[in-house]
Structures are given as C-alpha cells and as structure tokens.
Design a protein around this ligand. Structure first.
Ligand SMILES: Nc1nc2c(ncn2[C@@H]2O[C@H](COP(=O)(O)OP(=O)(O)OP(=O)(O)O)[C@@H](O)[C@H]2O)c(=O)[nH]1
Length: 299
C-alpha cells in the first residue's frame, strides 16, 4: 500500500465466513417528492450479504443510490430502480435488496359540522424488496380513531335507568318538563362510558404490476370503515356531532378489526394484508388489541 491508497476494509476477507440476511443503514434522512411537494422521509436501505467470505458491503453505494429520490417524483417504478441499483452495485455480494421509506402524509380534514378544517399527519411507509429479480412492495399506514366501549355504554345506561327509578319513583304523573330538566343534569345522566384514542396499523402487499401507491384512498377507506376518526379543528358544534357519532358507533377492538378486514379485502390493488388495531384503554393501563390478515403469508 502506498501513502495515497486508502485502506478498504470492506473488501477484505471475513474472519468468519458467514452470509448475512440484511446489512445496510437505518434512519437515513432524505427528501422525496409527493404530488410535486418535497417531504422529509427516513430510509432504511440494505442488501443481503450472500458472499459470506466478504467482510462487508459498500454502504456508500446504497446511500448514493438514494439520491434518485431527490430528483424524481416518488413512485413504485422509482423504488424498483433504486433497488436495482443496490443490486447492480453489489454484484457478486448480494442477491436481495431492501428499502423501507417512512414519511408523514399530511391531509387536510374538514370539521364535522362547522366550516373549519385542519391538518392530520398520517405516518406511512413503503417496504420494498427485490429478491432474485422478483419485486415486492408493501404499504403501511397508521390511522387514529376514537372507540367507545359498548359494554361500558350499556353499564352506564343501566345506571342512568336506576337513577331515573330513584329520582322519579314516587311520582304518579311523570312531568315532561321535569324529565327534560333531569336529562340535562349530571345528577340524571350519572354515568358515561369510557372511550379511547385508538390506532389501526395497516400493512398491505401491492398486487404485482401495481404502479400506484394509493395511500390517500387507503386512509379514507379505513376512516370510513371505522366511523369515528380523530378530528382536527373542533368547535362545540363539532364536538357535539362527535359525541353523537361515538354514541352511534360503539365498538370493541374486535369490531374495528372486522370492519377494516371487510373494507380492505375487496380492493383490487391489494394482494394480501395484515392489520392490527390497538385500543389504548382508559379503563385500565393496558391496551385491547385485535389482529387480522388475508393472504399475508402467500408470496
Ligand atoms: N461495510 C460497512 N461499512 C461501514 C460500517 N460502518 C461504517 N462503514 C463505512 O462506510 C464507508 C463507506 O464504505 P464503502 O461504500 O465501501 O466506501 P468506499 O470503499 O469508499 O466505496 P467504493 O469504492 O464504492 O467501495 C466506509 O468508510 C466504511 O468504513 C459497517 O459497519 N460496515
């Protein structure tokens, strides 16, 4: 080695000859272009190290391939091109390339009643893999919603009935005005059911040949299926409409999981999915969780 040659450790032989399934970098900051707007993303980029005798992969080659996202609109085709570059730059070392890109989708959402609107940030990610020339893409999204416990609601209603019996027991003629007043007091409506901010985690495999990444359609569909998505701008009229929507939309985590399953399954651009709903209970300090999947393990 002369004085100007930089040592190349990655090119050395490994002391322990052993292939590795995934080697790369996690948490790389980069911009991607969505609908003409640059959005901050975080990338995990990796390849398999099939040649177990090689000490390491060439991290910089993966890093530099990610520059493509800076210059072209984000698309399924672009993700595939980047993965191909990962493989091309690791000839003889790797047969599988991986890329996970996480970012936030910022969507403007109208209020339920008032003419207001506000923004919601939905965490989404794209998971792609190119394995021996076969390309797979998965979309992941998180959707937050409100869930009111149906059991708690029934128990609260029973307490209100009991209070009514206690307060109006000795009255032969029920007075409409008195009952109306009673219904408007916390002494009358003595109990309220618990509800919780809940999260649906959606993982979908795109059908082969699918070029679109319809995150917005997916999120809209999930929110429609769940019925009580968390709100943005809220005036009292909106809060009242939300209270009504929750009262008409009582659900266990099992109900939420089934609704999402039935909403996702008919989508033609999906090849399989798994989903998980988490209800962050206010009744206790642990969560109620349900999962479901369809064709998830088929590849
Ligand atoms: N493989 C590997 N590289 C690492 C790791 N941590 C830091 N690096 C550094 O990543 C840098 C880039 O590696 P390479 O892509 O091989 O860089 P290079 O040899 O200049 O680039 P090429 O000529 O394209 O091979 C090197 O300076 C490595 O030391 C690690 O855990 N594994």
């Amino acid at each position: 080695m002369n004085a100007l040659t930089l040592p190349d450790i990655a090119a050395q032989a490994s002391q322990q000859s052993m292939p590795l399934e995934w080697v790369g970098m996690c948490g790389i900051a980069l911009p991607i272009t969505l609908d003409g707007v640059q959005v901050r993303a975080s990338a995990d980029a990796g390849v398999s190290l099939d040649d177990g005798a090689s000490r390491g992969i060439h991290m910089s080659r993966l890093y530099l391939a990610l520059e493509a996202f800076e210059h072209a609109a984000f698309s399924v085709g672009l993700v595939r091109q980047v993965l191909e570059r990962f493989i091309d730059s690791h000839q003889g070392l790797s047969t599988t390339a991986y890329l996970r890109l996480g970012f936030e989708l910022l969507l403007k959402r109208p209020a339920l009643v008032s003419p207001l609107a506000g923004w919601k940030a939905y965490p989404v990610s794209v998971d792609a893999r190119l394995e021996n020339g076969v390309f797979h893409v998965e979309l992941n999204a998180q959707v937050e919603y409100s869930s009111t416990c149906p059991c708690s609601a029934a128990l609260a209603r029973q307490l209100i009935q009991q209070q009514f019996v206690d307060d109006f027991a000795n009255r032969s003629n029920l007075d409409h005005a008195a009952i109306l007043h009673w219904l408007g007091t916390a002494q009358g409506i003595v109990a309220t059911p618990h509800s919780q901010r809940s999260t649906a985690h959606l993982h979908l495999r795109l059908a082969p040949g699918e070029e679109q990444m319809p995150f917005r359609q997916l999120i809209d569909l999930a929110e429609a299926a769940l019925g009580t998505a968390v709100q943005t701008a809220v005036k009292r009229a909106d809060e009242q409409a939300f209270a009504l929507a929750n009262g008409q939309n009582l659900m266990f985590c099992e109900d939420a999981a089934r609704r999402l399953h039935l909403a996702l399954q008919p989508l033609p651009w999906i090849d399989g999915f798994k989903l998980r709903v988490e209800h962050a209970e206010s009744l206790h300090a642990h969560d109620a969780v349900a999962q479901s999947q369809w064709q998830w393990h088929l590849r």
